[in-house]
Design a protein around this ligand. Structure first.
Ligand SMILES: [Zn+2]
Length: 406
C-alpha cells in the first residue's frame, strides 16, 4: 500500500524560479501530448503510451526547455496524461456523460513528479534535493515510514509542499473477525468454507447466439467497406458488453468477501497452474483460469485498502485430503463427492477443498467438520450485492435475462 506524507516546503528564490519554470515546461508537454493524441485520434490512429513516450525524445529538439527538466519527470507527465485518459474512458463506460480531456491552464497544473529516482532526502536536516532543481528545506513535523517510492513537489497558490510517497508493508490483518477459505472450480465459480456456492456466470454462452450471428454478418461483407465496419463495430460492442458483465460480477463478488471477512484464504493460482499443467487444458479451462486470476487480483487489491488479510495456500492436496481427518482420498476431476473411507465424512468435493484451504491458511489443526447445507448464490444475487458504482439501468435488465435463461 502506498502512503503519502505532505510537508510544507520552503524553496529559496532561485529554486522557486526553477520550480515554476519546470512546472510550466511540464504543463506545456502535457498539453502538447494531449493535442497530438487528439490529432492522431482524429486521423483514425489510436496512439499508445509508448508512442508518446518516444515522442518526448524528439520534442526535446523542438523545445530545448524540456532538457532543463529531469527526464523521468517528463515521463511521468505522459504517465499522468494516460492515467487521466484511462479514468475518463472508464467513467464513459459506466455511462457518465463527460466530454474530452481538458488542456491544463497554469492554475490547474501544479505538481512535479519525481518517481523512483532524481531525488535525495536528508532526514536529519529535513531537506530534499531534486535533480535539475536544487535543495529544498521542508518541515518534517512528523516522520514518515516505509520505503520511499517517489517525491512530488506541488504548488498551492504561493505555498509549496513536498509529498513523500512510501510503500507500506501490510504484515498483519488490521481487523479482527471471521475468516474463510475459497475454492474456485469448474462446476461452480467458487465455493467457500461457510458453504456458499457461487454459480458460474455464463455471460459469454448467453451471448453466443448473437455473437455467431454477427460473425456471419461480418464475414458476408466486403472487407473494409462501410457495412463491414458497421458490423465489426456491432460485434466488438457485444464482446465489450460481455467483458463488462464479467468484470462487474467479479468486482461485486470480491467486494463481498473483502467486506465480510477479516481474512480470506485462497489457493496460490501460480502453483495450481503449474501442477495441473497438461492435465486439463483447452479453451474452456483457460477461460476459467483467466477469470479466477482476475477474481484473485480484484480480491487482493480491494483487501489492501479494506485491511483484509489474504492468505495464499499451496493447492497441493486441498481437494484430495479429507478435511475431517486428514487422510488422502484420491479422486479424479469427475468425482464430485468426497467420501472418506477412513472417517466416514461425506461432503461436496469443492466444499471439502474450501474447508482444507481455510484450515491450511489459518494453520488450524484437524477438527470435526460441521456438515452444513450449501447455500447457492446465483449470478443475479451476486450482481445485486453491494454496488461500487451506480448501475446502468439497461445493464441490470440484461442480467435478469441472463438468469432466466439459465
Ligand atoms: Zn476422513
Amino acid at each position: 500500500m502506498i502512503a503519502s506524507y505532505k510537508y510544507r516546503a520552503y524553496p529559496n528564490d532561485v529554486v522557486e524560479l526553477r520550480l515554476n519554470n519546470a512546472l510550466d515546461t511540464c504543463r506545456w508537454l502535457y498539453n502538447k501530448l494531449l493535442e497530438e493524441c487528439n490529432t492522431s485520434r482524429g486521423n483514425g490512429i489510436s496512439p499508445t503510451m509508448q508512442n508518446l513516450q518516444a515522442r518526448i525524445v524528439t520534442l526535446k529538439k523542438e523545445n530545448p526547455r524540456l532538457n532543463e527538466v529531469y527526464s523521468k519527470t517528463l515521463q511521468m507527465v505522459n504517465y499522468t496524461l494516460w492515467s487521466n485518459i484511462r479514468a475518463l474512458s472508464q467513467m464513459k463506460k459506466r455511462g457518465r456523460k463527460i466530454g474530452k480531456l481538458r488542456f491544463k491552464s497554469t492554475f490547474r497544473y501544479r505538481t512535479i513528479n519525481y518517481n523512483q529516482s532524481g531525488f535525495k532526502i536528508d532526514r536529519e536536516h529535513g531537506t530534499v534535493t531534486f535533480s535539475k532543481i536544487g535543495t529544498i528545506p521542508f518541515d518534517m513535523y512528523r516522520p514518515y515510514s516505509g520505503t520511499v517510492k517517489g517525491v512530488l513537489i506541488t504548488r498551492s497558490r504561493d505555498k509549496w509542499y513536498v509529498v513523500i510517497q512510501t510503500e507500506q508493508k501490510v504484515l498483519t490483518s488490521k481487523r479482527d473477525g471471521r475468516s474463510v477459505g475459497i475454492d474456485v472450480g469448474l462446476t461452480s465459480f467458487a465455493i467457500d468454507s461457510d458453504g456458499v456456492v457461487i454459480e458460474n456466470p455464463r455471460f459469454y454462452e448467453h451471448s453466443l447466439k448473437k455473437i455467431r450471428k454477427l460473425h456471419r454478418s461480418v464475414s458476408r461483407k466486403q472487407k473494409f467497406s462501410q457495412n463491414w465496419k458497421k458490423a465489426e463495430c456491432k460485434l466488438s460492442k457485444v464482446y465489450e458488453h460481455v467483458t463488462n458483465q464479467k468484470k462487474d460480477f467479479l468486482h461485486k463478488l470480491s467486494r463481498y468477501y473483502v467486506d465480510t471477512y477479516a481474512t480470506v484464504c485462497i489457493e496460490d493460482l501460480d502453483i495450481k497452474r503449474l501442477k495441473e499443467k497438461g492435465n486439463s487444458t483447452g479453451l474452456h479451462r483457460s477461460i476459467h483460469d483467466a477469470s479466477w486470476g482476475r477474481f484473485y487480483s480484484y480480491l487482493m487489491y480491494k483487501a489492501e485498502s479494506a485491511g483484509t488479510n489474504i492468505i495464499k495456500v499451496d493447492p497441493r492436496n486441498t481437494s484430495q485430503m479429507c478435511s475431517n481427518c486428514g487422510s488422502i482420498v484420491k479422486k479424479t476431476l469427475s468425482d464430485r463427492i468426497h467420501e472418506c473411507p477412513y472417517c466416514g465424512f461425506i461432503a461436496d468435493r469443492d466444499y471439502n477443498a474450501a474447508v482444507n484451504i481455510h484450515r491450511v491458511g489459518m494453520e488450524q489443526p484437524f477438527e470435526p467438520v460441521e456438515v452444513i447445507p450449501l447455500h447457492h448464490r446465483n449470478v443475479m444475487q451476486v450482481l445485486l450485492m453491494k454496488q461500487e458504482a451506480p448501475p446502468e439501468r439497461r445493464g441490470v435488465v440484461h442480467y435478469t435475462e441472463v438468469i432466466r435463461s439459465s
